[in-house]
Design a protein around this ligand. Structure first.
Ligand code: NAD
Length: 433
């Protein structure tokens, strides 16, 4: 079976390389010629642990190829996955421009009875619209399916090979059989498969992401209350997580959720709820709670600097929205840094992987450092915003000797608060006194 992947970003590249590793012949397409040329040489446009080796292996074994010519890839494939981006519009709804551009590329070259699989996260009803759109343009008989992606950046390769479940939204037995065949290696390791109609599969993706975002927003609100009453959010979290009905994951306090999915997907889901006259009030509250929480983080830093941010040097450790990725899309650090800059602070920052992406966002507005200790030099406060492992083992003695004032706002609770205080730091975490 030959497979084309349209959109070679985080999802398209991981899916393409993973399917090639299953033994399929995969062509990944992207409009970005620069990215395609680099990929042909095995150079990855993103940082994702383990991805380089499966790309290299499958390139060498000639099961994986890259092109910017969608037409040839579509004509030459039996199955076409659409994995382009679905960003937010200013009103929170989903911008489907890329999806319909990709659908047009498919329609223009569709020859024969193929399967078109939408994998991009799209609002309920979109896959059916994509089907109609391609059908009207190409007059071809073909099948369609929606197959949501649940990978987590930072562990995307692992998640591709070991998903919790595979959701297949399809309404013809042919589409179901083809997708079952494609994912057969997962079937063999007893991954649960769920077969639903198109709308159900589309809704599952948004419901899952909104629920996870809600868990994070919930524990962050509890963290705030913990600070006020003198409780420890980690104990609360652990106790909650030990309840089998709740589960331990996504109950870690931090500076607020971010990334390429939760912010845009919660907003889009809320819009869908309003459109259908079924307000998703918990999702709406989650979005508000997360915004408020990010602002609370700014106030925490401000308070630790006695309310004076003007000309204060703030050292930021971590820019990516989470560790093990270079992705800065909607990172809570962006909101925090922009707020601090507005209030006149001077920002120095370091992230092990996201420096290039950060330069694209902040330009000359902040100073970029080569490591943690350069950030600490002359800073009035050090703010830990991403829980990269290397920040857990900071040489606190050295850090203290370099800083103007010994202050740490640990927005990920990566340091031992007692140890930080023993070194003489004024230390604040999240949700712990
Ligand atoms: P991305 O921005 O990293 O990649 C999208 C790619 O598509 C880009 O390289 C872009 O150049 C390309 N593209 C756009 N229009 C194209 C076209 N017409 N033809 C060919 N290429 C085109 O996006 P992503 O993070 O991979 O997300 C893709 C989709 O998957 C989104 O809907 C997202 O919500 C969903 N998703 C993402 C993740 C994640 O962690 N990133 C997880 C699950 C689901």
């Amino acid at each position: 079976m030959k497979i084309a992947i349209i959109g070679t970003g985080y999802v398209g590249l991981v899916t393409g390389a993973g399917l090639a590793d299953f033994g399929w012949n995969v062509t990944c397409v992207d409009l970005d010629s620069n990215k395609i040329e680099r990929l042909k040489e095995g150079k990855l446009p993103i940082y994702e642990p383990g991805l380089d080796s499966i790309v290299e292996k499958n390139l060498k074994e000639k099961r994986l190829s890259f092109t910017n010519k969608a037409s040839e890839a579509v004509k030459d494939s039996d199955v076409i996955f659409i994995t382009v981006g679905t960003p937010s519009k200013s009103d929170g709804s989903t911008d489907l421009t890329h999806v319909f551009e990709a659908a047009k590329m498919v329609a223009d070259s569709l020859n024969g009875n193929k399967l078109v699989v939408v994998k991009s996260t799209v609002p309920v009803g979109t896959t059916r619209q994509v089907y109609k759109f391609i059908h009207e343009k190409s007059h071809n008989i073909f099948d369609v399916a929606f197959n949501p992606e649940f990978l987590r950046e930072g562990s995307a390769v692992h998640d591709f090979f070991h998903p919790d479940r595979v959701i297949i939204g399809a309404e013809t037995s042919r589409a179901v059989e083809i997708l079952k065949a494609i994912y057969r290696p997962l079937y063999l390791i007893q991954t649960p498969f769920l077969f639903t109609n198109l709308e159900t599969a589309e809704l599952i993706k948004y419901a899952a992401n909104s629920f996870l975002a809600m868990k994070i927003a919930f524990i962050n609100e509890i963290a705030d209350l913990c600070e006020k009453v003198g409780a420890d959010v980690h104990d609360v979290s652990r106790a909650l997580g030990l309840d089998g009905r709740i589960g331990p994951k996504f109950l870690h306090p931090g500076p607020g959720y971010g990334g390429s999915c939760f912010p845009k997907d919660t907003k889009s889901f809320a819009v869908t709820g309003r459109e259908y006259g079924t307000p998703l009030t918990l999702v709406e509250a989650t979005i508000r709670a997360n915004e408020m929480h990010k602002n609370r983080m700014v106030r925490k830093i401000e308070r630790m600097l006695e309310g004076k941010l003007k000309s204060k040097i703030i050292g930021i450790l971590g820019l990516a929205f989470k560790p093990e990725t270079d992705d800065m899309r909607e990172s809570p650090t962006i909101t925090i840094i922009e707020n601090l800059l507005e209030k006149g602070a001077i920002i120095k920052a370091y992230d092990p992987r996201a420096m290039e992406n950060a330069k694209g966002i902040f330009g000359e507005k902040i100073e970029y450092c080569d490591n943690e200790y350069e950030v600490a030099e002359n800073s009035n406060i050090l703010v830990i915003t991403t829980e990269w492992n290397q920040f857990r083992a900071l040489n606190l003695e050295k850090i203290k000797s370099l800083m103007k004032e010994p202050k740490i706002a640990d927005l990920r609770n990566v340091l031992d608060s007692k140890m930080a205080k023993d070194y003489g730091f004024i230390y604040e975490g999240v949700g712990r006194r």
